[in-house]
Design a binder for this molecule. Sequence first.
Ligand code: SF4
Length: 756
Amino acid sequence: MSATPSSAGRNWVSLVPYGLNEQHPNNYKDIVDAMWENRDNLGYAWRILRDGCCDGCSLGTTGMHDWTMKGVHLCAVRLALLRFSTAPAMDWHLLEDVAPLKNKTEKQLRKLGRLAVPMIRRKGEKGFRKVTWDEALSTIATQIKSTDPQRIGWYLTSRGLTNEAYYAHQKVARFIGTNHVDTSARICHAPSTAGLSATVGCAATTCSYSDWIGADLIVFVGANPANNQPVTTKYLYYAKKAGTKVFIVNPYKEPGMQRYWVPSVTESALFGTKIADDNFQIHVGGDVAFFSGVIKHLIENNWIDREFIAARTVGWEETEAKIRSLSWEALERGSGQTKADMFRFAETFGKARHAIVVWSMGITQHRYGTDNVRTLVNLQLSKGNIGRPHTGLMPIRGHSGVQGGAEMGGMPGAYVMGFPVNEANAHKFAEPSMWGFTPPTWKGLSAAHMVLAAERGEIDVLWQSGGNFKQTLPEPDLVERALGRIKLRVHQDIVTNPTMLVDPGETVVLLPAKTRYEQRGGGTETSTERRIIYSPQIPGGPDIPEAMDEWEIPVMVAEKLDPARAKAAFPWKDTQDIRNEIDRVCPTYKGIAALKQKGDNFQYGGPRLLVDRCLTPDGKGHFSAVELPEEKVPAGHFMLATRRGKQFNSIINAEVDPITGARRDDVLMAREDVERLGLKDGDAITLRNELGEFRGRVKVDRVKPGSLQAHWPEINVLVPAGRLDPSGVPDYNATVEIVGASCLAVPESEAQTIGA
Ligand code: SF4
């Protein structure tokens, strides 16, 4: 039993030192493990930590510090990623026969070491053969030259790449004539971009992390930053000290958001820190209903800011009418929360002067993700919670490149930030002072749409800089089939992954790239809070003589295609030249050219956006009358949501999640469901739907009854492809049944209809 903390430690978890009686990460062991893993190049690993901008999530650092708090900023995610930068070259002969490699996991492939040389594999060959850079580039250029640009796709990962690399890649893609350009933002935060752009006119977080500390209330919706952005727990430690309340809206009571032991704060490391003040366990997909119910209470109790609404917004009347028309019965059924629960939230929220809403993929990865975001905007606009200190809208990004990748044009709908794809902007970019060539104006495809198009035989060339589609996208069999139909696949990367080993349609080319820390001239990234941070080149890395700079590789292909035009379009020697150009063509990034030293940074737009006006054409915040989404869960079935463990995207770092104690094949279930089905903790079960089966084990946990959670990407075998939000993000949820227990399953009377 936990001892009871004294009132001196009102946020303490218990008096048991280091939470020795609790399940939680051992961050000190993570440090020792990282030292052991990088022991062959420990000095270089240290210099990356000391001087580099973290290539993990999107909080952003310079070395091991940030701009939110004093003290050390370091976490296990960053330590686990270090090996990408310190590993020696792999024995490239291993790639001469891919059959043995196909049995290896992503982790085993990664552990082989860095891609060392350019290699090519043709259809029917058992593996890759080493080629010169010249042969690799000529092969790519020859295929591109004979391909309709509308059949060429370009995909850029969101981890590790710099703004300069995104800019160079997408500019080359447009030089070739395609708008099928995308980043992995398209499988996470595209609904945030779409929802925020349409309502407040900006696609970025409107406040700063430092606004958390001193806010009356922070609301986390569908987000688990304790796992995905671990240093946020330190920010929350300081916020709780300052009196900030934390509400969690999620179908699962994420243990890391209930309490955490922050390793670099003695008090928290010893006694833990309670984070959540209240939890609202909604249905999977119950967000619109829940927050519509909250707004209904705000209206009925006059807890809305009518002055702000009148002065700064449009569309309130329709939204108010819509919300008033929704019955409490529909809102309770849709949200999985009672009218009283929604009141409890509304009362604290309505009386708070300053509140911040933070969300992540629990909001976005639905086929109605953009509507979910619009609803959160409604909530904040109804209280005037934008533009003031300690208020704001924060789509927290999980990868270091998600923000900058899209802003640098790594998306189908914009050349760079502020210049959507259209005739007028194409004309502007054709001017010699801009790009000097006319980019295409047709509508490009998102990443998920590119793969669906490939399955239909409509894509002939796919360039992938990073990325591992075979594991990250729904329906791996469909993805493999689609990739196998593409004539030429180019994989520019640091290490080997399973997607590279998919058999060629005609040709697969592997191109070894340098890490961000090896690029000459360094590079920049943009954090969630819109801070553009310079990360210097760090000498002393592994010896990979044939690896090339990330930004330089596509430029070399452009030079093969059309030397004269390419010379004029890409006159860059290093990343400083690219920053100079970005500074010139992207007004929001004005100032990037001056970033030259470790720690140089600036926050575009200042600490807060939307201070006096929104960035919409009329300067107003736009309310949205959002329909309740409908999810039918047939009797005997469950709504399955996907979740992350100790991993970074599809990079699995451990078989057991130290925060939840869940193994990779565990299926998190509510105790009520487990008992009703006659199951018990640890039982083997099979989840099944029309796509396939997943064999796992029951883990009794605090999930919403009627729902299940299992680890992504393994569970992708049950997630249907093609169910996309209009912004292009796949819906990573599915209805499933538990085979063998269905005779005992949820009775007809308890079948759920979430929504209208
Ligand atoms: S919280 Fe994010 S930015 Fe900070 S060290 Fe960890 S991975 Fe890097």
